[in-house]
Design a protein around this ligand. Structure first.
Ligand code: BDR
Length: 316
């Protein structure tokens, strides 16, 4: 009799605690990589989509200005690593330098969700990301087709330590090494973590490097800077350009034949799923996978205006 009463009390307490967790205001902090790229506004849209479905979330959105402003991102993470914060979702700007701050936040019982760019620790609940390595391979395969497997190529990165973009670069290099050995990488550069730095680096590179047949730029700010430099040097459309991510500026260059292809990610989906992963961790209701991959699309002038790609751009 007493045993069954105890069980009833335990079940009631658990139900109460779960429902309280459902009702209790949850403080979730979202720390993107930067605030100068359209990419993150799409991710924010996905976060807002999830917040519409779950009313008891108090969301704080706070990130550094640029992809390479790791000191600022660490400061922000540490500022929010305190009791009262239930979960932190972060896109680490540096896969090594964010290890300790993420471990420290996790050690305080804060549920950690990684989004978009990897970090070299396992102290998080879920990682929501593009498969960046295979995305780099997709870019390389398309580029080798454009060049008929022969030519001089520049690999234009952003900043050392950025896992997402370096994984793309590694996938790109591996594909060419394996499948297109006559395509030569004549420059492999870190162009900087902002559009302005990328413009400056790309301009210098174009002015001192001859016989470039194609450039692969690993993300929105890099692609933006390279395109602006090509235009300034009157080389746009003459040098093949494959880039990443979707801003109006970049997408319009597909139609003008100044960008040959863009690899589009699903930032809106990543934002939505990162909130869902945080809720799953907070409610202990369901085991969320350790890694969740979201979709990519290779977009060219030929398919950009198709309903499928238009739907992908708006919905992801
Ligand atoms: C994209 O490139 C990287 O800076 C981020 O990881 C994101 O995937 C933003 O343009």
């Amino acid at each position: 009799m007493i045993k069954s009463l105890l069980w009833v009390m335990i079940v009631c307490l658990f139900t109460l605690s779960t429902s309280q967790a459902d009702e209790k205001k949850l403080n979730i902090v979202f720390i993107p990589k930067s605030s100068d790229q359209v990419y993150w506004t799409f991710m924010r849209k996905g976060v807002d989509d999830a917040l519409k479905e779950q009313k008891n979330i108090e969301l704080t959105w706070r990130g550094p200005s640029y992809n390479d402003d790791t000191d600022a991102q660490i400061q922000i993470l540490r500022a929010y690593s305190h009791t009262g914060v239930d979960a932190i979702i972060i896109a680490p700007t540096d896969k090594s330098r964010l290890i300790n701050p993420i471990n420290e936040a996790s050690a305080q019982g804060i549920k950690m969700i990684i989004v978009d760019s990897a970090v070299d620790t396992a102290n998080y609940q879920t990682f929501v990301t593009t498969d960046n390595y295979s995305s780099g391979q997709i870019a390389a395969k398309h580029l080798s087709q454009l060049l008929h497997n022969k030519g001089n190529v520049v690999l234009f990165r952003i900043v050392a330590g950025s896992a997402s973009t370096d994984d793309r670069a590694e996938g790109f290099l591996e594909y060419l090494h394996t499948h297109a050995p006559d395509i030569k990488i004549i420059a492999d550069v870190n162009g900087g973590g902002s559009r302005g730095k990328a413009l400056h680096s790309a301009t210098e590179l174009l002015q001192k490097t001859n016989h470039i047949d194609a450039i692969f730029a690993v993300n929105e700010s890099a692609t933006d800077g390279v395109l602006r430099a090509l235009r300034n040097e009157k080389l746009s459309g003459k040098i093949k350009l494959i880039g990443f991510d979707a801003s109006d500026y970049l997408l319009a260059a597909l139609d003008s034949n100044e960008i040959d292809a863009l690899i589009l990610q699903s930032p809106r989906q990543m934002g939505y799923l990162s909130i869902k992963a945080a809720l799953a961790a907070l409610h202990h209701t369901q085991a969320y996978p350790k890694t969740v991959f979201t979709e990519v699309r290779l977009v060219t002038k030929a398919n950009y205006h198709t309903p499928e790609i238009q739907k992908f751009i708006m919905g992801n």
